[in-house]
Design a protein. Structure first.
Length: 144
């Protein structure tokens, strides 16, 4: 049988018994550690930082191997955008007084409305979204 497959007898019986080689076993352990670290650290680590984290845990694996394992596991680092301040507080425009004074409990409908504005980036530029909310029943009045 081994001559038909052109495989050595030892390799055939090792394959048949389902034994895993030391190298594959070590790779599986490293993959488990990578997966654990990846999800513990909010999916933000790529192969360089993952390699450093594994090294701090006493597992010396090359960055290329870590990148290969992460690719096999379909793990990619999620990049987070840095916070960007969009509010200009150094202006000379009229500042409206705070009439509500953080009293959000309202006893009558349509007496107190609150509003907010945000912008959404699209291919053509920005779309601005304004919402109005009635504080009595917390229903959305309008969104433009």
């Amino acid at each position: 049988m081994c001559k038909v497959l052109q495989v050595g007898q030892r390799n055939y019986y090792q394959w048949k018994s389902g034994a895993i080689s030391h190298r594959k076993h070590r790779a599986e352990l490293v993959k488990e550690k990578i997966t654990s670290i990846y999800f513990d650290l909010k999916q933000r680590y790529g192969s360089p930082r993952m390699t450093a984290e594994l090294a701090s845990l006493g597992n010396n694996t090359s960055r290329v191997s870590v990148a290969k394992y992460m690719n096999q596991l379909s793990l990619r680092s999620k990049l987070s955008k840095k916070f960007k301040v969009t509010t200009n507080t150094k202006h000379k425009y009229l500042i409206v007084p705070n009439i509500l004074n953080r009293e959000f409990l309202v006893t009558e409908p349509s007496k107190v409305w609150v509003s907010d504005i945000t912008y959404i980036k699209v291919k053509e530029g920005f779309i601005y979204l304004t919402t109005f909310l009635d504080l009595y029943d917390r229903k959305l009045l309008a969104g433009v």
